[in-house]
Design a protein around this ligand. Structure first.
Ligand code: PLP
Length: 402
């Protein structure tokens, strides 16, 4: 028996490759904020998280160039040791103010920020409560945590309340939700969740990866959208979506962030985010405040595409944000649908288990403020044409997963 027995017999990806419907690791040769070149052909990108279209903004690129000259290409060390620059400190102060929290801590990626926040606060007698659709970074954080983990059905706050009530009195409790669910595009009912957490003496952590730049004044996220900033204890966000860079942040009370800073393994045992990436985030925050029309355009594009897809007969689930899933059901159908779109010049993603439950495979569309009317027309036309070629089981009301 060798550990390679399973690797030699792993055929899932190879079968998709043989059928020409393998969508992963596609090498992009060049990009603009809304298009990518693959194998010499330009495709409209509706699969990225570039909500505000800032990845190619001249001010961000200029700030990154200047920072490269001043600090070099990488930090070559942990935040804890030689990987903290004055830019990291400046960004932490800026994000704490932006998110209306006492302090903030910048991690190398959003994944590590989730991992750090979820794992570090949970001690042996503490309890962690996760929504079943919480992101993999939260689930992985719960696997690192030494306390007890409970998972409640997606957005089923009554189940959550029962689970909270059932733990021994006096235990520490942390509830973790996404602000905007990354595969559904739905917004969490945060006021209700805040009330339940408070009633049961639980701390609340919101992963706002997909809400920063999208929801609330200045794009400050889900808590601001609902006006409950002061009642959400901890906010986690990433820089890899609206903020057009890479990195992540956890913001909250000063004592909690101080603790995280000194005890969080996903912060301490990895090199820090490169200074140029950090500089890009600082400028992206400026632009978010100075160019609110970007968020308006993002929402116009979102409403237009969501309505058009629904009127074409697609089921977009519970989406109410720029993440618009087109439910397909069967993973193989989703891969075929992806291929059809790709051939028509549209780069979207098939989302299949384990990222979503069995029979809930989908094509996920993410809108950007920079998508033009012409690009949107082309995307919608591609969806209509592919749907004509693929059976009507993809249409609303018929059995998904068939
Ligand atoms: C909800 C959620 N949390 C965390 C992350 C991790 O962020 P990053 O990709 O910036 O590491 C993601 C990104 O996929 C996400 O969607």
């Amino acid at each position: 028996m060798s550990i390679f027995d399973k690797t030699r017999s792993f055929t899932t990806a190879r079968l998709l490759q043989a059928e020409g419907i393998y969508s992963y690791f596609t090498p992009i040769e060049e990009s603009t904020s809304t298009e990518v070149r693959v194998d010499g052909e330009w495709k409209i990108m509706v699969g990225s998280n570039n909500y505000l279209g800032l990845t190619h903004h001249p001010r961000i690129l200029e700030a990154q160039r200047r920072t490269l000259e001043k600090y070099g290409s990488g930090s070559t060390g942990s935040r804890f040791l030689n990987g903290t620059t004055d830019l990291h400190d400046e960004l932490e102060a800026r994000l704490a103010a932006f998110l209306r929290k006492e302090a903030a801590l910048v991690f190398t990626t959003g994944y590590q920020a989730s991992l750090g926040a979820v794992s570090t606060f949970i001690g042996r007698n503490d309890h962690l409560f996760l929504d079943k659709l919480d992101h993999a970074s939260i689930v992985d954080g719960s696997r690192m945590a030494v306390g007890e983990v409970h998972r409640f059905p997606h957005s089923d706050f009554e189940s959550l309340a029962r689970q909270l009530a059932a733990v021994p009195p006096g235990s520490g409790k942390l509830v973790v939700t996404e602000g905007v669910f990354s595969m559904e595009g739905s917004i969490t009912d945060l006021p209700r969740l805040v009330a339940i957490a408070r009633e049961h003496g639980a701390t609340l952590l919101v992963d706002d990866a997909h809400a920063i730049g999208v929801l609330g004044d200045n794009g400050a996220g889900t808590a601001r959208h609902f006006g409950v900033d002061d009642q959400v204890d901890l906010i986690m966000a990433t820089f890899s979506k609206s903020l057009a860079s890479v990195g992540g942040v956890v913001a909250g009370p000063e004592h909690a962030i101080h603790y995280l800073r000194h005890l969080s393994r996903p912060l301490m045992f990895t090199a820090s985010a490169p200074p140029a990436s950090v500089a890009g985030v600082l400028v992206a925050l400026d632009i978010m405040e100075q160019e609110p029309e970007r968020r308006e355009r993002l929402w116009d594009n979102t409403h237009r595409v969501a309505e058009a897809l629904r009127s074409l007969g697609f089921d977009t689930g519970a989406s109410e944000t720029p993440i618009i899933p087109v439910l397909v059901g069967d993973p193989h159908q989703a891969a075929r649908f992806w291929r059809g779109l790709f051939e028509l010049g549209v780069f979207a993603h098939p989302i299949v288990p384990p990222a979503v439950p069995a029979n809930a495979s989908r094509i996920r569309v993410s809108m950007s403020a920079e998508h033009t009317d012409e690009q949107i027309e082309q995307v919608l036309d591609a969806f209509a044409r592919v749907a004509r070629k693929i059976p009507s089981s993809l249409r609303t009301g018929l059995s998904l997963g068939a």
